[in-house]
Design a binder for this molecule. Structure first.
Ligand code: AVJ
Length: 333
């Protein structure tokens, strides 16, 4: 595997370009694998092109999408407590995005009045640069060591940051996109790169009634539908696909027992879709679906046990007022 690390920047701001990691497998290869499988599927990371990232921000503003506000509630209410647990550790954030929620934690570092290091890691380069610029203006004491990488396949990329001690944050219930088995593996790999004084901060959605969960993934304004369908537009524009997104319907299913939301795109008709850049035509039966995302929810006990099996010991938990979401802090066992 090729891992190139390029460091650009100045004293307060550095960006690591993990080119080899970002381009490990191409969009074309993943689309070929996914759309030729018996149950068609696409990896959810491809939702987040510029348009998709904008739609995701819109989802976070929806009244139905409680996840965002619940986690924001926790981080804004308990930023001081979380910061005093983390102390002086550098903060590495996997999937930092616009850092809108993390800001509360950064503000707590800033109030402490000492220089601190923030390391946002994200698959979107534009987002990293914009966010970093804004944070550098906002916080006098911040030093940013950003990384452009697809950490989901290999959280070990953060070792290139060469930090002595760190708190690794993985917020936004992004862990929920992995299956429980993949989550266990991911947590094991996180544990393997933590030192004895390091910490792991996880934000995860909690299992709850379908009456609350389903509307969060099938909102009345159709923003989630547009977000889901955006992946077909992306195949059209980047891979010369001929999808007619109007012939697909967004669906969300919730299995309350497993705590799993599945999003699919269902073909409303039997159709053939040529995709020039993968050199194939994909056939859809009427009603056939593409599985585009799973989003697992856990109970607080399940998360503690899962992490325990990965050698991560629960140290503290914080819930929002309505107990919809959990932010949990772990140390190495
Ligand atoms: C960013 C993965 C946490 O699963 O809730 C939002 C993405 N999908 N609406 C989630 C998403 C549909 C989101 N995560």
């Amino acid at each position: 595997m090729i891992t190139e690390s390029k460091v650009l920047g100045n004293e307060r701001f550095q960006v690591h370009e993990m080119d080899g990691e970002v381009h490990r497998r191409s969009f074309a290869q993943d689309v070929t694998i996914g759309l030729t499988a018996p149950q068609k599927w696409l990896p959810p990371k491809y939702f987040y092109d510029d348009r998709g990232s904008q739609l995701y921000e819109q989802i976070c503003a929806l009244p139905e999408y409680y996840l965002y506000r619940a986690e924001l509630d926790i981080l804004s209410t308990y930023a001081g407590e979380i910061h005093s647990e983390i102390g002086e550790l550098a903060l590495v954030e996997l999937g930092s995005g616009s850092a809108a929620k993390t800001r509360h934690l950064l503000a707590a570092y800033e109030r402490a009045g000492r220089t601190f290091r923030y390391c946002p890691v994200d698959i979107s380069r534009g987002l990293i640069l914009d966010t970093s610029n804004r944070l550098l203006e906002e916080y006098r004491h911040i030093k940013i060591h950003a990384m452009h990488a697809d950490f989901a396949q290999r959280p070990e990329v953060i070792q290139a940051l060469e930090l002595e001690t760190k708190a690794v944050a993985f917020l936004g219930s992004t862990l929920g996109n992995f299956t429980p088995a993949e989550s266990l593996e991911f947590l094991q790999r996180i544990a393997a790169i933590l030192g004895p004084d390091d910490l792991f901060l996880l934000g995860i959605d909690l299992k709850k009634s379908p009456a609350v969960v389903l509307p969060a993934y099938d909102d009345t304004q159709g923003v989630t539908a547009a977000f889901n369908l955006n992946i077909l537009h992306r195949i059209n524009s980047e891979l010369e696909g001929r999808f007619s997104p109007r012939s697909f319907q967004h669906i969300a299913l919730y299995d309350a027992e497993r705590g799993c939301i599945e999003m699919h795109l269902r073909s409303l008709i039997a159709q053939q879709v040529p995709i020039a850049k993968i050199g194939r035509t994909i056939s859809f039966a009427k009603e056939e679906t593409i599985h585009t995302e799973s989003s697992y929810k856990y109970s607080a006990d399940e998360i503690r046990d899962l992490a325990y099996h990965a050698n991560l010991i629960l140290r503290r938990t914080w819930f929002d007022a309505q107990q919809r979401f959990l932010v949990a802090l772990f140390r190495l066992g």
